[in-house]
Design a protein around this ligand. Structure first.
Ligand SMILES: Nc1nc2c(c(=O)[nH]1)N[C@H]1C(S)=C(S)[C@@H](COP(=O)(O)O)O[C@H]1N2
Ligand SMILES: [Mo]
Length: 393
């Protein structure tokens, strides 16, 4: 740490004690110096006073696994994200559906290969993966990610691309092939909540090829944990988490007119389908469009005046953009986000924006991408907007 940031840290750590509940997210105080504040930024001489909480949002028990099986959730506290924590440690990675209690790993895991003209009809994980390779950093987002948007995390994955894995096991995958990739999902005996059982998704050869979909056995250098799909899961870069099947136990060759799976139907609206297509071939790619949200609003005192800094993230999409805009409140003007270097779509990127509100009151923080060539279905619908109450200007 530089002396400057250390000074800030001491002040803010004192404040954590002094202000209490409003700074209950102690981590957020650390995060507040990051993304880094440039030496020539007026904030460099300022004092962080507090993190303004978002209003009208649930405040779950962040970072703690709650519930089991289909009801299990671990929700990430985005407020504490900084440039050092953009890779989510395994124990903090979001969980949507815990390991089924009935899953039996005492026997060697087998992945069935059904409907293939050539090659084995069953594979061990070792046979399927071959030589383990690093697949890079990829963000996963649950398609049902609502405020406070903590069903999202990023990890460095290791495994093997689906097409390559199958080819090297002698399972031929032609260009016209459709594969249904299924995972263990028997939650019988546990309570389901609103989710239903059965987890498989159907992909075309082109989709597997273009996304670089891969089977993963490791995240951040360690074997997958039971809740993240041990011994093997699918990761489909750029697509919603509902396609990233955990506990993979079946790969099936299916026909052009194969019906959509129960998982596809369950997640149809959340993956932006028109209605609930009966056939898998009528499903659109479950791509994550570029999206952005604020993750915290910092209140600073700089030379005796109050200044706010909105920190947020941008993720998803296929191409990076320099056209992210922010609008603060109904009367606010739409402005380019002040500090952003968007260099990758495979994971999230931090941005920040200083703000001096004209008046106290309630402000909605709305992000947009000012580029008609970029599809932003969720931002267009005002998903990911957040609201703060400003009590001092
Ligand atoms: N077998 C199986 N795989 C599954 C699911 C499931 O219920 N069963 N849930 C999916 C959903 S909806 C999401 S968002 C991701 C979440 O992965 P994670 O819990 O490792 O973060 O797993 C996907 N894979
Ligand atoms: Mo999900």
């Amino acid at each position: 740490m530089t002396p400057l940031s250390r000074r800030h840290f001491v002040l803010s750590s004192l404040l954590v004690g002094a202000i209490g509940p409003r700074l209950s997210i102690a981590d957020a105080a650390y995060a507040a110096f990051d993304p880094p504040i440039a030496p020539d930024d007026p904030l460099a001489d300022g004092t962080l006073l507090e993190i303004i909480p978002f209003i009208d949002e649930d405040s779950p028990n962040f970072g703690k696994l709650k519930g089991r099986g289909l009801r299990a959730r671990l929700i990430v506290d985005l407020a504490s994200l900084n440039s050092q924590t953009l890779i989510t440690p395994n124990a903090s990675f979001f969980v949507r559906t815990g390991c089924p209690e009935s899953l039996d790993e005492s026997k060697p895991w087998r992945v069935k290969v059904n409907g293939s003209a050539e090659g084995p009809s069953e594979l061990s994980v070792k046979e399927l993966i071959g030589e383990l390779r690093e697949m890079g950093v990829h963000l996963l987002e649950c398609s049902g990610n609502g405020a406070p948007y903590g069903l999202m995390s990023a990890a460095v994955w290791s495994g093997c691309p689906v097409l390559e894995a199958l080819e090297s096991c002698g399972v031929k995958v032609d260009k016209g092939t459709r594969l249904r990739i299924g995972g263990y999902d028997d939650h019988t005996g546990s309570r389901h909540g609103r989710s239903s059982m059965g987890a498989s998704w159907i992909f075309t050869h082109a989709q597997l090829h273009e996304t670089g979909a891969f089977f993963a056995t490791h995240m951040n250098g360690a074997a997958l944990t039971p809740d993240h799909g041990h011994p093997v899961r699918l990761v489909v870069p750029g697509w919603y988490g509902c396609t990233c099947i955990k506990w993979v136990n079946e790969i099936a060759f299916v026909d052009e007119d194969a019906p959509s799976t129960s998982q596809m139907r369950e997640f149809a609206s959340r993956t932006h389908q028109r209605g609930v297509p009966k056939r898998a071939s009528d499903f659109r790619h479950a791509e994550i469009d570029i999206a952005a949200t604020a993750i915290r609003v910092e209140k600073w005192r700089v030379n005796g005046r109050i200044l706010y800094r909105v920190v947020g993230i941008i993720w998803g999409g296929k191409h990076t953009t320099d056209a992210l805009t922010i609008r603060l409140g109904k009367k606010g003007r739409t402005k380019p986000v002040e500090r952003i270097e968007h260099k990758t779509c495979s994971t999230w990127t931090l941005w920040s924006h200083r703000w001096r509100p004209d008046a106290t009151g309630r402000y909605t923080i709305r992000l947009r991408v000012d580029d008609p060539a970029i599809r932003t279905r969720r931002l267009d619908r005002n998903q990911y907007t957040r609201c703060v109450e400003i009590d001092e200007v």
